[in-house]
Each structure stands twice: as structure tokens, then as C-alpha cells.
Design a protein around this ligand. Structure first.
Ligand SMILES: Nc1ncnc2c1ncn2[C@@H]1O[C@H](COP(=O)(O)OP(=O)(O)OP(=O)(O)O)[C@@H](O)[C@H]1O
Ligand SMILES: [Mg+2]
Length: 461
């Protein structure tokens, strides 16, 4: 780690000298200033990690230096050095954001501690800021990749919803369409971004624990409740709570959730105190909630409450024009992750990927690309690298039944050998299926056994 720089501001040469000796001895790099103006200049030049600041300076007071730093929005920890017993200066400097104060004559042991603590706090702060920065960019709405109108509208909607006052948001979409991504983006685009984001999968938590998970419990509320525990609603205060697979929540819990969404306070399990929080609840489901309402497994009033702001995510098969862009994004992602240098997919491979139906949506696409990129060794990926299900189903569709062939097959006036036609079609089917008999049989709508028989008959082995 590079040495941290400490700026020593004092008008007395001897004090500057002795502070410099000590600080250098403790392993810091020291820069010096003898008055306020010089100090402000050095702050710009040296960008110190910490400042020790004498209150009594020839040109301005240390207090004025502090307020000037505040005006310029300079967030450097300052340890103020005051005359013994001048409590006033100490209080005023702490109010102006000084980290600590030390009285003269300087007790070096105290100073060493104060310096250490101030720098440690600064390190932790910048660590937290860095993690927040990473999370913010990882979950920013710009991670939602795509060029279709649908994706443009989606990014817009998420920004709007995030900036709104809405306390509940419903995200609907098949598995793998990006509900998690959308929920994170809503949180990290909102003014709540520096507050917690918590996610709970309602399908994964047993009914008996759900209530205490969400609302917390008091010590002794039930057999296993050995200590008091805060629930998700409490610890997410000021932030967002993501309730995934909401359709799996029991009717009893749905009633409790509805009360909170209506702004009523709650109690911890076994508690008597009413608790109120400010939490944005983002809810997601891959099931059709209207159907669940009809089947009486989901409360209608809760559904209406949630459905005020719905975000619908489309299945990938309905926005296939995004596949090339998504593909490029995933190639870049996995090139970095696996330190590969895959440049592109062949035209054929891209076509297969576009024709395939993607029942698992964007997640399936992402996983397929991951797998292919792990296995690939060249820098170009072709159709034969793709999983079988994709290369089979990804072929341009064959007519579903014989009626579809009306008009497409024309017997020439002089007739034609049915034997030769059958033989040629089987040869083509085998070629298209790259020798895979199951696939070839499916293409010809015959059983594998029939195909095997015909392959032998026409000597196509
Ligand atoms: N538009 C997109 N651009 C880039 N990556 C995406 C996009 N949509 C989804 N993904 C990625 O696809 C994967 C699946 O998305 P996500 O987990 O958000 O789906 P989901 O709807 O929550 O799925 P499930 O219902 O199974 O929980 C994730 O890795 C996500 O980052
Ligand atoms: Mg999910």
C-alpha cells in the first residue's frame, strides 16, 4: 500500500518539525503548511488523506479553514489541535465536520490513536463507496441489453418507476426473462440506492418461517426463537424489499402483506410494539396472477393493490430481434470471465440461435452461450458447437403436416420415381440432422425403426 499523506498545518516551526518527526516515524508521508492560505493550496496540490490543523493561524483561524473546506466540498478527515481548555473551538470544529480534536501540549500517544482511527474510518468509507459503486453499475438499467422497441420502452419504464413515489411494483414474466435484473435496476436507479436491497424467494421459505422472516420475532416467541430478530421489513427500512415468486405465498401471509402495503404498522411475532417502516416492495411472479385469483390461491384485493404499476417482461421468442445484441453482450462477458477471445458466431450459428424458441428465455440463451464458450477452442463458433436441442429445433420450421405441402410438390408431367424421391428425402433428412437418426426420423414424421429400415433398404448407411 502506498504511504498515506498527512498535511500538518501549524504556524510554529518547532511544532511542525516535531509532528513531522513523529508522523514519519509512524510510517506516514508528511507535507507542511504554516498558514491557512498555504494549507488550502496544499490540499489541492497534495490531496492529503488526513490533516492536522492548528486552530490559531496567522492569516485565518483553523475554524475558517474548516468551513472553507466544507464550502469546497473537500471530504478529508481533519484532526484539530486546540489550546488547552478552549472547549469552544473544539465544539465548533467538530460541528464543522472535524474528525477529532487534540489539546496542546500534544500527547503523542493520543495523536497516534486519533490519526490511526481517522484513516481507518476513511478507508472503510471509501471501501463502502466502492462496493456501492460496483453494485450500482452491475445492476444499473443499462445492463438491460437490447435494441428492440420493447427493450427501449422497458428501460424507460424502469427509470420512471424507479424515480416515482410508488411503494409497490409488480414484475411479471416467464422464467428467465429478467425479473431479477429488473428488480435490482429499479432499486439502484431509485433514490433508495444507498439503502438496503433485500430479496426473498417466497417459494423457498417454509410457511412456518415466513412471518418471522418478514416481520421478525421477539425472544421466546416460539421454540426456536432464542433471541430477538428483526425481520426483512425492518432491516430494509428506507430501501427496497424484493418478494420473488409471490404466487407461492400463503393466503394468510398475503393478508398480512396487504395490510403493510396499505400503510399499516406491523408487529414482530410475539411482539406488542407497532412498527412502521418505509420500504418499497417489489414483487415478481412467473405465474399468471389473474389465473391464481380465479383459482382462489391468490387474494384478489392484494392482486389489485400490486397491479397498479405492472412491469411486463416479454418472452424472448417475442423479441428475437434482440438476440444478436444479447449474443454480443454475452460473448464479451464470457470472453472476460474465461479469458477467451471468441470473435463471433458463424452466420449459420446465429441463424440457429434466432430460429430456436427459447422456452427458458434470456437465461437459457446466456447459459447456452456460456457452455459453448467454455467448450470452444477456436475464435469463431459454428452451429456444431451448439447444444443439440438448439441445432435441431433451431432449423427453419418444417411444415407441420402434409396439407402444408399443397402446391409445393409438383409431379412432373412425365412422372417421377417414388423410390428415388423417398431415397433423396431420407438422405437430405440425415444430412440435415447430421446423421442423428432420431432427429432425421422426426423431420420425416416417421419412427426411428421405420427410418432404420429405410436406411438399410436404400443403402444410405
Ligand atoms: N435484457 C437483458 N440483457 C442482458 N442480460 C439479461 C437481460 N435479461 C436477463 N438477463 C440475464 O439473464 C439471466 C436471467 O435473468 P433473471 O434472473 O433476471 O430472470 P428471472 O425472470 O428472474 O428468472 P426466474 O423466473 O427463473 O427467476 C440473468 O443472468 C440476467 O442477468
Ligand atoms: Mg428470478
Amino acid at each position: 500500500m502506498p504511504k498515506e499523506t498527512i498535511l500538518v498545518v501549524d504556524d510554529e516551526r518547532l511544532v511542525r518539525w516535531s509532528l513531522q518527526q513523529k508522523l514519519e516515524q509512524w510510517g506516514y508521508h508528511v507535507s507542511l503548511a504554516e498558514d491557512g492560505a498555504t494549507a488550502l493550496g496544499r490540499i489541492q496540490l497534495d490531496n492529503p488523506d488526513l490533516i492536522t490543523l492548528d486552530v490559531k493561524l496567522p492569516d485565518m483561524s483553523g475554524i475558517e479553514v474548516l468551513s472553507e473546506m466544507r464550502n469546497r466540498n473537500l471530504k478529508i478527515p481533519v484532526i484539530v489541535i486546540t489550546a488547552f481548555g478552549v472547549v469552544d473551538d473544539a465544539v465548533r470544529s467538530l460541528k464543522l465536520g472535524a474528525y477529532d480534536f487534540i489539546e496542546k501540549p500534544i500527547n503523542f500517544e493520543k495523536l497516534e490513536n486519533a490519526v490511526y482511527n481517522a484513516l481507518e474510518t476513511k478507508r472503510l468509507r471509501s471501501e463502502v463507496a466502492r462496493t456501492q459503486e460496483i453494485q450500482r453499475s452491475e445492476f444499473s438499467v443499462d445492463r438491460i441489453n437490447g435494441v428492440s422497441d420493447y427493450i427501449w420502452d422497458l428501460r424507460d419504464l424502469i427509470r420512471k418507476v424507479a424515480a416515482s413515489e410508488a411503494s409497490t411494483i409488480l414484475i411479471l414474466g416467464e422464467s428467465g426473462t429478467g425479473k431479477d435484473l429488473a428488480a435490482h435496476a429499479i432499486h439502484y436507479e431509485s433514490s433508495r440506492r444507498d439503502r438496503p436491497f433485500y430479496a426473498i424467494n417466497c417459494a423457498a421459505i417454509p410457511e412456518s418461517l415466513m412471518e418471522s422472516e418478514l416481520f421478525g420475532h421477539e425472544k421466546g416467541a416460539f421454540t426456536d426463537a432464542r433471541t430477538q430478530k428483526k425481520g426483512m421489513f425492518e432491516i430494509a427500512d428506507g430501501g427496497s424489499l424484493f418478494l420473488d415468486e409471490i404466487s407461492e405465498m400463503t393466503l394468510g401471509m398475503q393478508a398480512k402483506l396487504l395490510r403493510i402495503l396499505e400503510g399499516q404498522p406491523f408487529r414482530r411475532v410475539g411482539g406488542v410494539k407497532n412498527i412502521s417502516v418505509d420500504v418499497r416492495v417489489i414483487v415478481a411472479s412467473n405465474r399468471n396472477l389473474e389465473e391464481a385469483v380465479r383459482a382462489s390461491t391468490f387474494r384478489q384485493d392484494l392482486y389489485f393493490r400490486l397491479a397498479i404499476i405492472p412491469v411486463h417482461l416479454k418472452p424472448l421468442r417475442e423479441h428475437k430481434e434482440d438476440i444478436p445484441t444479447l449474443l454480443a453482450g454475452f460473448i464479451q462477458h464470457y470472453n472476460q470471465k474465461f479469458r477467451k477471445n471468441i470473435q463471433s458466431f458463424t452466420k449459420e450459428a446465429e441463424e440457429l440461435l434466432t430460429h430456436y424458441d427459447w422456452p427458458g428465455n434470456i437465461r437459457e440463451l446466456k447459459n447456452a452461450i456460456e457452455r459453448v464458450m467454455i467448450l470452444a477452442d477456436g475464435n469463431r463458433i459454428s452451429g456444431k458447437h451448439l447444444p443439440i436441442r438448439i441445432s435441431e429445433q433451431g432449423r427453419p420450421p418444417v411444415p407441420a403436416n402434409e396439407e402444408d405441402l399443397n402446391g409445393e410438390i409438383q409431379l412432373p408431367p412425365g412422372g417421377f420415381s417414388l423410390y428415388n424421391i423417398e431415397k433423396e428425402l431420407i438422405r437430405q433428412a440425415l444430412e440435415q440432422a447430421r446423421g442423428n437418426k432420431t432427429t432425421a426420423a422426426r423431420l420425416l414424421r416417421i419412427t426411428r425403426d421405420t427410418l432404420r429400415y429405410k436406411v438399410r433398404k436404400y443403402k444410405l448407411e
